[in-house]
Design a protein around this ligand. Structure first.
Ligand code: DX5
Ligand code: ZN
Length: 221
């Protein structure tokens, strides 16, 4: 089974109660989360500030769930070592950020971690094509990054389909992740387009029954 045939639900901690990160992680694990998605924002690459390496380390100490760290920062190369040391299992950097993309991806893998590459809704798929053999995950943003609770952008679905096509044509086995406005209905459309990792903040942590929400998003393969 190719790893991208697994359906993975990754609740985003951005929608959790910041007063109790450890408890919220354990709540997500008990609800059947596969990964924990951690949104790092620097107030420069995106118009918001969230948290840094210390929070990643706190989450890593609170449970051994797989940590999917999404760096929405202008200089991922400068801060990379701190996130590697904090316990990230997968680090995703943006192709639009100010760094040598190939070098950054190489450092993540050289550290024995998985490397992810993200592109914003307005960025064409061609921008990531030179790096497809260097990644374990491709993240197609389905909202303009910076905030949770935004509406899903259906125009990104054709890019997800293109990404799945490039993966097949190149014999790659990277995951395709979508992030922003993911719930039961939009997840089903993303799975159908070729994505397999669903990041979901509001629709999981803010659901009346988190376990039911996670199961409904994962749907039936
Ligand atoms: C936005 C972040 C997302 C966000 C998702 O920039 O990358 O991970 O937290 O939140 P929802 O699922 O509420 O859109
Ligand atoms: Zn994210």
């Amino acid at each position: 089974m190719k790893r991208f045939e697994q359906r993975i639900v990754a609740p985003s901690l951005l929608a959790a109660d910041f007063a109790d990160f450890g408890g919220e992680v354990r709540r997500a694990v008990a609800a059947g989360a596969d990964w924990m998605h951690l949104d790092v924002m620097d107030g420069h690459f995106v118009d918001n500030i969230s948290f840094g390496p210390e929070v990643v380390a706190t989450v890593d100490r609170s449970d051994d769930i797989f940590l999917d760290v999404h760096l929405m920062i202008s200089r991922p190369d400068h801060y990379l070592q701190r996130f590697l040391d904090a316990g990230a299992d997968l680090i995703t950097v943006h192709v639009e950020a100010d760094h040598e993309v190939a070098a950054t991806l190489g450092r993540i893998r050289a550290a024995g971690k998985q490397a992810g590459l993200a592109l914003n809704p307005a960025t064409p798929i061609e921008a990531v094509q030179p790096f497809l053999d260097q990644i374990d995950l491709l993240l197609c943003m389905t909202v303009v990054p910076g905030f949770g609770g935004q509406a899903f952008m259906p125009e990104v679905l054709s890019k997800v389909e293109s990404a799945a096509g490039l993966r097949a044509a190149g014999g790659h086995d990277f995951h395709i992740e979508v992030d922003g406005g993911i719930g039961v209905e939009t997840a089903a459309r993303c799975f159908a387009a070729g994505a397999n990792v669903m990041v979901a903040g509001s629709s999981t942590f803010r659901a009346p029954d988190m376990a039911a929400a996670v199961a409904a998003i994962r749907g039936v393969a």
